[in-house]
Design a protein around this ligand. Structure first.
Ligand SMILES: C[S@@+](CC[C@H](N)C(=O)[O-])C[C@H]1O[C@@H](n2cnc3c(N)ncnc32)[C@H](O)[C@@H]1O
Length: 355
């Protein structure tokens, strides 16, 4: 966690926010390891004497989430899992635990998002012209920035940042900005952080349980202005009204309550701030209960099951927020293995908060 980001974003205790105890800042209670302005290992603590909740900084990533116990129980393995095992040993472990295991699920996510984010910088990558092309999410972001030409910098939050390449793109596009990439997937955040340090290592799935280790150096402009924190986008630990730009690329259909997500993101925008949204409305009950889907059900209802008018109406209902530009079906794909990718048409929406 970079000190510069900690001071600028000035995080609040998510537990106090959620329980209604008010806006209490987090203080750096312990710093166990630090390099330059980057705290690699430490403990944040709530300043509220009646709370004193603690939040760890592990491998440079602060975990500032409202339900720390649950997050650690479900996701700590993503962060603590060794990624420096010899590839032969990793392959043996992968074969032993098999497909559909937690191990394979972590590798597959790293493969899909590591490849989309960074394969363009991999000197050994051979992109097949008729196959998927890396950078799908970056192209969504570039199109959204076209739709929102005056988007300002300042404090920029890239929610659901995954492997983090869009956070670096946002820093490059806004040279005055401090960018925070937020996600709840600790493995993705680790990958993103490594990219900022100039090295990439991820398992690239060839087929089945066969993965190739990809390892290369990279240099991302503006990386020193990017930091990655584990935060829940529906409960961001900040005072409202401070962000110049909030991005949520392919996140809307991944949370239990998309309406709550939209309201939370809109609330964090400063006057004149931009909200950049991309979503393929790829609803699945493992992420979102049917009752919370925005469209995609109840085709007998007012919009005949269409999501787009519902999302537009939800945006228009946020105080001061207006739609600035829209692309109804922009290509976005996720690569699964050498012979498989899922092609989506994402709905892109850029909105602005009235100054
Ligand atoms: C479909 S992926 C998209 C990743 C990246 N933005 C892209 O488009 O390639 C959704 C991401 O959102 C993250 N995510 C899901 N729920 C979240 C939440 N409540 N807060 C923050 N991130 C979340 C997931 O861990 C995952 O990295």
């Amino acid at each position: 966690m970079r000190r510069r980001h900690f001071e600028a974003f000035h995080p609040l205790c998510p537990h106090c926010l959620r329980s209604g105890a008010g806006e209490w800042h987090l203080v750096l209670a312990h710093v166990m390891a630090e390099q330059d302005d980057d705290i690699l290992s430490g403990i944040l603590q709530c300043a509220n004497p009646g709370c004193l909740h603690e939040y760890p900084i592990l491998g440079g990533i602060p975990l500032i989430v409202p339900e720390l116990r649950r997050t650690l129980g479900e996701r700590a393995v993503e962060l603590l899992l060794r990624d420096d095992l010899d590839p032969l040993l990793e392959s043996l472990l992968g074969d032993a635990v098999g497909p559909d295991s937690w191990f394979d699920s972590i590798r597959l996510t790293a493969s899909t998002y590591g490849w989309d984010g960074y394969a363009d910088l991999d000197p050994t990558e051979e992109v097949v012209p008729q196959g998927p092309q890396p950078g799908a999410v970056r192209r969504c972001l570039a199109r959204l920035l076209e739709l929102s030409p005056g988007a300002t910098g300042g404090l920029v939050i890239d929610t659901g940042c995954g492997a983090g390449r869009t956070s670096f793109d946002l820093a490059e596009r806004h040279p005055d900005a401090l960018v925070l990439g937020c996600d709840v997937n600790l493995g993705m955040l680790r990958l993103a952080r490594r990219a900022g340090e100039g090295r990439m290592r991820y398992p690239r799935r060839r087929i089945g349980l066969v993965y190739d280790r990809r390892e290369f150096a990279l240099c991302l402009p503006g990386a020193e202005r990017v930091d990655f924190w584990a935060c829940d986008a529906t409960s961001l630990p900040f005072a409202p009204g401070r962000a110049g730009l909030v991005a949520a690329l392919n996140l809307f259909d991944c949370v239990p309550d998309p309406r709550q997500l939209l309201a939370a993101l809109a609330a964090h925008l400063a006057p004149g701030g931009s909200l950049l949204l991309a979503t393929p409305y790829d609803w699945a009950t493992r992420a979102t209960p049917v009752t919370a889907w925005v469209g995609g059900h109840s085709q007998r209802g007012g919009t005949a099951g269409a999501a787009e008018p519902l999302l537009r109406a939800l945006i228009a209902a946020q105080p001061g927020l207006t739609i600035r530009g829209e692309d109804p079906g922009f290509p976005w794909q996720t690569r699964l293995h050498d012979r498989s990718a899922v092609a989506y048409r994402a709905h892109l929406l850029a909105a602005v908060k009235q100054p």
